[in-house]
Design a protein around this ligand. Structure first.
Ligand SMILES: NC(=O)c1ccc[n+]([C@@H]2O[C@H](COP(=O)([O-])OP(=O)(O)OC[C@H]3O[C@@H](n4cnc5c(N)ncnc54)[C@H](OP(=O)(O)O)[C@@H]3O)[C@@H](O)[C@H]2O)c1
Length: 169
């Protein structure tokens, strides 16, 4: 049975994946968050991943406070960049596939044409720079893929669908 390890599972995306996972039999999902797997700790991350031997890792863990990252770049970089390298290092030489979630903040937003995967990155914010570092760290592992999204919305947490008081006006 394929083992799928989810990090940051108490966040918005992780909670949605918990619901989705109930429809998928034949997979062994392991949901973790900072209390059970702090991905910024290289030793614990390596030990946890070596013990559980996942076939897939979906990294939903992140520092997502975009504005706060400007004054707290070290923490943003730790969680969004260095911790991703901890995962990559832990699956080095394995066949584990790694899905990492990134952001449109890696672009500068000045393009007049739609962005493609190969478009030049040029983050303008601390959050964007930390997410770009995470992308580079994820790509150290050949079995990695990166999903860049602009928004997430769900029934959990705070998002533009739940917070938009302009809807319906
Ligand atoms: N939300 C959006 O609109 C949006 C848009 C574009 C891209 N994204 C990306 O999509 C992904 C998921 O976003 P989200 O909205 O689901 O994020 P979220 O709700 O903020 O969830 C992130 C989770 O990661 C946990 N976490 C923080 N540090 C950790 C660590 N060191 N080890 C393990 N877990 C840790 C957080 O715990 P604490 O709450 O205790 O810190 C939280 O449970 C992120 O990569 C984000 O950058 C999100």
């Amino acid at each position: 049975m394929a083992i799928i390890l989810i990090t940051g599972a108490k966040g918005q995306l992780g909670n949605e994946l918990k619901i989705v996972s109930q429809k998928y039999y034949g997979y062994d999902f392991i949901f973790t968050d900072i209390d059970s797997l702090d991905i910024s700790d290289p030793v614990k991350t390596n030990k946890y991943i070596k013990n559980t031997r996942p076939d897939w890792i979906v990294n939903c863990a992140a520092y997502t406070q975009v504005d706060k990252a400007e004054s707290d770049y070290q923490t943003a970089l730790l969680v969004n960049g260095i911790a991703v390298k901890n995962i990559s290092d832990s699956i080095k030489d394995s066949t584990c596939r790694f899905i990492h979630i990134s952001s449109d903040y890696v672009y500068d937003g000045n393009s007049n044409i739609p962005y493609s995967e190969s478009s030049q990155t040029n983050p303008l914010s601390a959050y964007g720079r930390s997410k770009l570092e995470g992308e580079k760290a994820a790509l150290l592992h050949p079995g990695s893929m990166i999903i860049r999204t602009s928004w997430l919305y769900s029934s959990f947490g705070s998002n533009f669908v739940k917070n938009n008081d302009q809807v319906g006006k």
